[in-house]
Design a protein around this ligand. Structure first.
Ligand code: 8YV
Length: 337
């Protein structure tokens, strides 16, 4: 009987779910200690499938595509932890998880610099019309080159950058902006300490002042019911006609229909969007416009950072299942020590 496989005997290892494809080495490491239900084909589960997949497992690794709420947890009696491979956790209903006795964790810090780099990259691509220019070259329009007839952009150096949401990533973007000689203003739920403001060279202003005076507006705030449509038609109307709007935060923070209308009427210069309301669906009007740069939610997408995010999520999961406090536990009140 010694040679019988786990599948015949039933595995003695604890069962876990890995809801999205992860790096093969990371999966192999998990398989040493756990009986893993994996999803390497990466087809996103429907809510009904997710509910079924969570039943009988003690832990799960998920991403922003999996909504963990009371419905998902309905049959997950054994579940102790859900580890998000993401710093944002608006896919978690944290009170429902706490009520069900499930630890919630995320992946802060490991993606801060990569995401701040991307915010800056998207700002530059948007203000300097890089994707539009690339299409110009590919369409064989170079012979139309002239001093006044290239896609002419807006300057970044010595302009004013307005950052909405001044957490770790916002501060990383501010520090990058200093090297470009930019003036940095910010708006946040709470003001930074004097020392942090000094390190970022950033001045706190009201949201209205930021929208009126910034040449480039960068959104880096977390999504919640309170931050839903932080930028809608009314806010866009306050912005300069020469301004750009960059969203690397979450879909739903911007009213995409209002933004598409404003871009169509050239009421602002351009927008750069990495996140969308209802993604992966993109508002059809945005797809038709040339004054918007579109990216498929890739701000953290470098090989090193995605590996670090997966590793941290695994560390969180293993700590919880070993009875230890996970390094990035969100609902800390659940841990009794
Ligand atoms: C993730 C992100 O790639 O960390 C976040 O909050 O938005 C991205 O880094 C995405 O959420 C997938 O889980």
């Amino acid at each position: 009987m010694k040679t019988q496989s786990n599948s015949l005997l039933g595995s003695s290892k604890p069962k876990i779910l890995v809801a999205r494809a992860i790096f093969p080495e990371a999966l192999a490491k998990l398989e040493e200690s756990f009986d893993v239900r994996s999803n390497q084909e990466d087809r996103i589960f429907t809510p009904e499938e997710l509910q079924k997949e969570l039943s009988g497992v003690v832990g799960a690794l998920v991403a922003g595509s999996e909504r963990i709420d009371a419905n998902a947890l309905a049959h997950a009696e054994n579940l102790k932890i859900v580890a998000n491979i993401s710093v944002g956790y608006n896919n978690f209903d944290v009170p429902a998880m706490t009520a069900a006795g499930v630890m919630a964790t995320n992946t802060p810090d490991v993606l801060t610099d990569t995401t701040a780099d991307f915010g800056f990259a998207l700002l530059m691509a948007t203000a300097r019309r890089i994707t539009e220019s690339e299409h110009w070259v590919r369409a064989g329009q170079w012979d139309k080159w002239s001093i006044v007839n290239n896609p002419l952009g807006m300057d970044i150096h010595h302009s004013t950058l307005g950052i909405v949401g001044m957490g770790r990533i916002g501060q990383g973007i501010a520090k990058r902006a200093l090297a470009f000689g930019m003036k940095v203003i910010y708006h946040n739920r709470s003001r930074l300490s004097d020392a942090d403001e000094k390190a970022c060279g950033a001045k706190y202003v009201s949201k209205e002042e930021l929208l009126r005076t910034a040449d480039h507006v960068m959104l880096v705030l977390p999504y919640s019911a309170q931050s839903h449509h932080t930028i809608g038609a009314k806010e866009i109307a306050l912005m300069k006609p020469t301004a750009t709007l960059i969203n690397i935060a979450r879909g739903g923070i911007v009213d995409d229909a209002a933004l598409a209308q404003a871009l169509k009427e050239k009421r602002i210069f351009a927008a750069g969007l990495d996140v969308f309301e209802g993604e992966p669906v993109v508002h059809p009007d945005l797809l038709k416009l040339s004054n918007v740069v579109l990216a498929p939610h890739i701000a953290s997408a470098t090989e090193a950072t995605r590996r670090a995010m997966v590793d941290l999520a695994i560390e969180n999961l293993c700590a919880a299942l070993a009875g230890k406090k996970p390094p990035s536990l969100i609902n800390v009140e659940i841990y009794s020590g």
